[in-house]
Each structure stands twice: as structure tokens, then as C-alpha cells.
Design a protein around this ligand. Sequence first.
Ligand code: BGC
Length: 775
Amino acid sequence: MKKFAILAALALSPFFLAQNIISKPAQSYQSAPYQSKKKAFIDNLISKMTLDEKIGQLNLPSSGDFTTGQAQSSDIGKKVEQGLVGGLFNIKGVDKIREVQKVAVEKSRLKIPMIFGMDVIHGYETSFPIPLGLASSWDTDLIQRSAQIAAQEATADGINWTFSPMVDISRDPRWGRVSEGAGEDPYLGSEIAKAMVYGYQGDDLAKKNTMLACVKHFALYGAAEGGRDYNTVDMSHLQMYNTYFPPYKAAVEAGAGSVMASFNEIDGIPATGNKWLLTDVLRKQWNFKGFVVTDYTGINEMIDHGMGDLQEVSALAINAGVDMDMVGEGFLKTLKKSISEGKVTEQAVTDAARRILEAKYDLGLFDDPYKYTDSKRAQREVFSPKNLEAAKTISSQSMVLLKNNKQVLPLQKSGTVAVIGPLGDNAVNMPGTWSVAAKHANSISLLRGLKESVGKNVKFLYAKGSNIYESAEMEEKVSMFGKSAGRDNRPADQIRKEAIAIANQADVVLLAIGESAEMSGESSSRTDIGIPETQKELLRELKKTGKPIVIVLFTGRPLVLTEESQLADAILNVWFPGSMAGYAISDVLYGKVNPSGKLPMTFPRSVGQVPLYYNAKNTGRPLSLENTEKCKFEKFRSNYLDECNTPLYPFGFGLSYTTFGYSDVSVSNAKPTGNTAIEASVTLTNNGKYDGAEVVQLYIRDLVGSITRPVKELKGFQKVYLKAGESKKVTFKISPEDLKFYNNQLKYDWEAGDFDIMIGSNSHDVKTTRVNWSK
Ligand code: BGC
């Protein structure tokens, strides 16, 4: 197949992304005079508030019970008027928001403005790839830019608080919410957490186009037993501090203005009522100054957890450090009584109200409660061509090329292409899960994107080929929120036959299969993380045509692709790419953009290997390296009778249309002492035919420790753009700071000894050198 010698350099160096990249907390503008002015203002306001009004600030209902023109007479409007609501969420539309804000600032006694929240998780109306996809770009500037655009659109439409970033580490792809996070790694997760907070909050929360971030779900929500959503979590403190806490801490240090407590328990106490977590760790150890909100009915759910009745669990929550009660009204209904019975102090309520008022002050709402409600701005800035163009670039950077046998990709711009599969012409699924504000129907399907971007020299044929699931019942479960795959009720073999017929007329098959958008996300746990059988059957039948098959994989989680990886000639994992899906996929398939995404989470060979992650411990009976590579069973070693230890695709993996060569690793000093930093370098060479980007990854192993240490840990990465034939020295600075971990006294420090310094293109393929670092 003919190849394009030159890939657009433009697409490789997203120039627009360089704008406004911020790397300091928004609150850093808070000078001493600002802070004392704020304190005086809030002291004065609090001195006028009744206990009911203070409790009202802690109340966060989900809106939805009024239509435009009815704010004041609605149930919610009445509560707002009485000063019993601090903020609202799930309300969309600038006119509606202005209307209900008007009730707050014109009808309520103290005229306190409300904040307006929403799950703006990967874009607003302009939808970006799902967060796991964004993470696959390993490009924090680009991720920050996506959050900036999300903030720009959301604030233009009245929203000033987002329930994002979701930074829950997870090692379990059965858990559907892995789609909302940055994957399995604490270092990558922390870098992305910071980028998102900076993107949303900017350098000044009071600006019109920045909004308050909310780090969630604090904490450990991604470690639910069995990958079943909302399930129990039981974890050692070592594991919390070393693996699961770092991204939350990074987001707090980046200045995130709010934190959401998670649904799960920690050490036997639900996070929402866990004082150790919300006060000792979050406020005392990490110096968090913002406010804590529960997750949806998080307080009430403590009744089912077995922590007491509504009054008891509400008292438990406020005493633990919760400030705002999402939906459940436990605070509204019981705090007054608890105060009169001495179970809660009025001071606790005052402190919580103060934190919420401070956030409103920082957003500038007391100066202008209508600052986010300019309808003209909404029309101009939401779903704008400029934002969609950015979304297209960001989407194409998130895609991960998993296989490319005989360089079947990029495709040539001629001949006939059969686009087949239930996701081949489906716009509404393109934004993926948790895309509440997205314009689903306006998204670009794969077929449309191809037809509109590739030009007339290619003839595109289309057939659906299969449903998502053969079972109508299963398909219904995964087609929520209007995201249907347009079920075809004919028998599966009849639907398949049409597809085989068009495949036979084509030069290549683009097979768009995988998950529908709602097969991942909240409450979408799966025990079988494969592609549903009816879609696999389609692949098997298509294989028999002998045509080259390129799987365009849609998924919100790592899948088991063992059979697919054998049958397909190429696999491009596009996750859920967002509004501009079809254009972005087309750019990658036809080589306008050379794929550079890398997996932020391990793809197992079998669900039975889960949890499977790269930064594992060695154990006392590790399988030999040789047998690990050969997948050879050894009795009395840590391995399986019926499966290899290795994943199908390791963490950090992703191919390019070009190839990169790595030299050996050289270090500036192999025997460093004390706090000196050293440099570790490789020469990276683009030795293929295309310009392209490589994410160079640095891993370190601490060989001997006072506690057992992982076999490798990511400690740095750089995305490097090289023209075909070009070489570059890539250098990482390593200091003892990078060697630190929490020991079994939970002391954060490093220990002298030998360290393996590994640099490579994924967590499996690395070059290694050893250094001895003494104190
Ligand atoms: C989810 C949160 C979300 C909240 C508000 C909950 O069900 O767990 O992630 O922010 O709803 O929509």
C-alpha cells in the first residue's frame, strides 16, 4: 500500500495549545489585603445569618423541577427564597440560571448568590475524549487546554463549579468508572490532576471564564472490591499513601477549591463520615482550605452502610469535615436538632458555611451574581467552531495504535472501504459516558467524518453488521440517556450477511466495534470485559473474506482483546473521542495525524488476571523473567496454570506509523550522594518513514527497601516530536525527591541503595542502568 511520506507537522505540534498554560494555583493571587477584605466581608455576613440560613448554605439540591419562567413559583424557588439553598446542580441553560439566581439575590433575606455545579468532565457542549482517552495523550498542556475550553463554555452558560477532575486510581477495568479517570498510575494521575485543576481554575477564579474545580471521589473509590461500583474498599495505609492518595494530594496542592467525598468506606467508616480522611489527612496533613461536598445522597447512604439514622449520619458527616450535602437534605432536616442536643456545635455549621461563602467570594459572585449569565456570551462561546477545531486536534492525540501489521495503516486515499460495525455510523455514542451537556446528535460519526474529510477518491460503503449485544435486554441496559445504537431487530446472521457482502466489494474493512458509551461510566461494572459475542462473531466472519481488517475500537475501559488481536490486521483504540470523533479518527487512519497515544492502563489477556498493573511487587516467588516472557508455567512460582503473567498490552504502550530507536541509558553520575540531582539520558531516533511523536518514559526501581517496593514506578515522561530520520538526546533530571515513598511508619523519605533507572517506550520495553545512591 502506498504510504504518505510526509505527515502534517502541524498536527504534531499543536501550536494553539501553547496559549495560557498556567502552572500556579488560582488562589495564589490571594494577597494579604485580599484575604483580610474577604474575611471582613464574610465575618460581617455570617454575623447577620440565622442558624437556618447557615444550614441553608450547606444544602445542594439537584435542580430540574422548574421550566423557564417558573423559577420563583417552583418548589426549589421557594426554598431559595427562604435562604435554604447554597447552590444548585444539574441545571442547564443561562436563562434558567439567571432566573433562579435572581430569586436568591432579590428575594432571599440576605441576598446571597448561589453557585451552580455540573459534571463537566470532558468538555461541555463541545465534548473532548473521555478522561481515560485524554490521559492517553500523556500531554498535560493539551489536557489543561481541554479543561480551559470546558470552563470557558460552561461559565458562558452559567455554570461556575465542575465536579471534576475525577482522579481515582484504578487497577480494575471491571469498574466502569475507569473511563472517567486517568488510569492506574499515581505519577501520571497526579500530573493530569494538576493540569485539569489549572485548566478549570486558571490563575484567578474571579475571571469570567474560570470555574471552581472539585476533586473526586475522595478517596479510594477506584478500589471497589470486584470492580463492582459502590462496593466496599479495604486497603492498607501504605497502599493509600503510596499509590491511591497522590493524585488527590496533587490536585489539592494545585489549589482545587473543593473536594467530593466518595461513596465507599475506608477503614470501616464511609468516606462521607470519616474524620481521619476529611480532617486529619485532607485539612491537617494536606492543608486543604476549600470546602468538601458529599457525593449524591452520600450522607443518606450511610444509613444503608449501617452507621445510624438520618440524624446520626448527618452529624457524623459534619463532624467529620463535610461542608455541603448533595441532594439528601440530611443537614437541612436534622442539624438544628443535633445542635440543640449537643451532638453538633453551631461552630461546625458556621465553619462549613464560611467555606462555601469563601468559594462564592473567590468566584466574584458577591460583586456580580449575574457574571456568568450573559446570553450573548453563551451564544458566541459555546460549541463554537474554534472549540470544535481544538476538540478535533485533542481527539486525534488521544488515540492509541495497538496493532499495525504490515503497516496496513495509514490508509491510502483511493479504492473502496467498507465501514462496518454498530459504532460505524453512530453520532450519539461518540461523546462517551458522563457527557451531560454534550450535543450528542451533533457529534461526527465515523462514517460521516470519513466521507467529509477523505475526498472523492475513496468510495465508502456501510453496513451495521451487528448490534452492540445480541440480547435486546443487554442492549437496552447500555443505551441509556438517549445514547442508542439504533437497534436492528432482524436475526444476527441476516444483519451480518449484508456486511459480508459489502466487505467483499472493498479493499479494506474498517470495523467499528467495542463498547457503547454507556457500557462504561457510573454503575456500569462488567465481569466480562470483552467485546460482546455478536460483534466478535462479525469479526470472525469478516476474517473469512480475506480482506485486511482494521478495528476502530470504541471503549471506555481496557478490554480483553486476545482473539481480536490475532484476527485483526490493525487496531486503533479511539476510546470515545468526543464531538469531532469522525474527523479525528479519519485524520489518524489516513495519516494526517500520526498516532502517539499511550495506554494509561494495562490491557489484560484475561479478566482472571485482574487486578493487573505494571507497578506490582516482585513477591518472594516471582516467575523467572525468561519464563514470564515465554509464558511458561513454573510450579511453586507466582503464576497461573492457564494464563501468562504478562498483559496483552502493557501500561504506556502505543505504536506509531514510524518507529523509534532507543540508545542505552547514560547517567551523569552512577554513584550520587545526598541531595544532588543526576541526569539520565537516551538518544531517541525516529528511524521510520514518518514524522511522529514518542512519549519517552522514565521508570525507577528501588532494589532494596525497608518495605517491599514495586518492580518499577513511572517517574517522568516527555512527549518528543521527531521528523523522520531525526535523533534527539532526551534527558530526565532525577533527584532524591523522585525516590521518596511512605515507609511503614508513613514517613515520606528515600532510602540509600541501588536503583534501576529505566527509560523506554512503555512499561515493558525499557533500557536499564543501575545507580547507587548514598545518603
Ligand atoms: C457521581 C458523581 C457526580 C454526582 C453529581 C454521582 O452519582 O458519583 O461523580 O459528580 O453524581 O452528578
